[in-house]
Design a protein around this ligand. Structure first.
Ligand code: SF4
Length: 223
């Protein structure tokens, strides 16, 4: 994250104007994972890879009744956790990440989720997207969460030309003060689901249309 992105004054003004549009359009924006602790959010963000938040919420409403803390997850018998999260997809890999992360939390962090980027990135299965989500949501440490919606919409808006999440994160961090970073990520999820969808973006009805730089926006009119 060391390289700095240089932003023109005009582009900064466009970014500010778009942020205001999203603020007015999505006043109730929030994380759509129903978590009650940093550890629950950590587990849920691992499960959310290639899965919907709605599915993760359903699975976890039962999961967190059976497994209440890192020790419960660390000590699950082989196959039990896998079966419980099967419908989230990639369940073997996700179960391994959750179990090994739980063990590391017990061994090195007294069973607590650390409020520190470098420490979070040491946990198996945890990358910058998950770390930024946990830090921003649970500890007030701002970061841009680059998920599939953020990557697609941010590219279309013209705030980045990259597909690599680390480069997108860097470009977005240069646009706004830190207090905007986490909430911008939530705006991207809401806008990406409701309007700027992957296959059929509703450009004709989009409140950001005047300021969006996507060249195809005028020819993709949908209801
Ligand atoms: S104008 Fe179209 S491409 Fe641009 S943000 Fe809106 S829906 Fe997405």
């Amino acid at each position: 994250m060391a390289r700095k992105t240089v932003i023109s004054q005009k582009e900064k003004e466009r970014a500010v104007a778009l942020f205001e549009i999203f603020r007015e359009t999505y006043p109730e924006v929030r994380c759509t994972l129903d978590y009650r602790s940093p550890f629950q959010l950590l587990v849920m963000t691992i499960l959310a890879a290639q899965c919907t938040d709605a599915r993760v919420n359903v699975v976890c409403s039962d999961l967190f009744k059976r497994f209440k803390n890192p020790r419960d997850f660390a000590e699950t018998a082989p196959g039990v956790l896998e079966e419980a999260i099967r419908s989230c997809g990639f369940f073997n890999q996700k179960a391994r990440s959750i179990r090994e992360s739980a063990r590391m939390l017990l061994d090195e962090y007294n069973g607590e989720v650390p409020a520190d980027m470098e420490a979070l990135l040491r946990l198996p299965g945890v990358g910058r997207k998950i770390a930024n989500a946990v830090l921003g949501e649970c500890f007030g440490v701002q970061g841009v969460i680059v998920d599939t919606h953020c990557r697609r919409v941010t590219n279309r808006l013209g705030f980045t030309r990259h597909q690599d999440p680390t480069k997108i994160e860097r470009d977005l961090m240069a646009l706004w003060p830190p207090e905007h970073w986490t909430i911008y990520s939530h705006y991207m999820v809401f806008h990406g689901r409701a309007v700027c969808q992957a296959r059929s973006p509703k450009c004709a009805a989009c409140p950001a249309r005047e300021l969006c730089l996507w060249p195809k926006k005028n020819v993709r009119k949908t209801s």
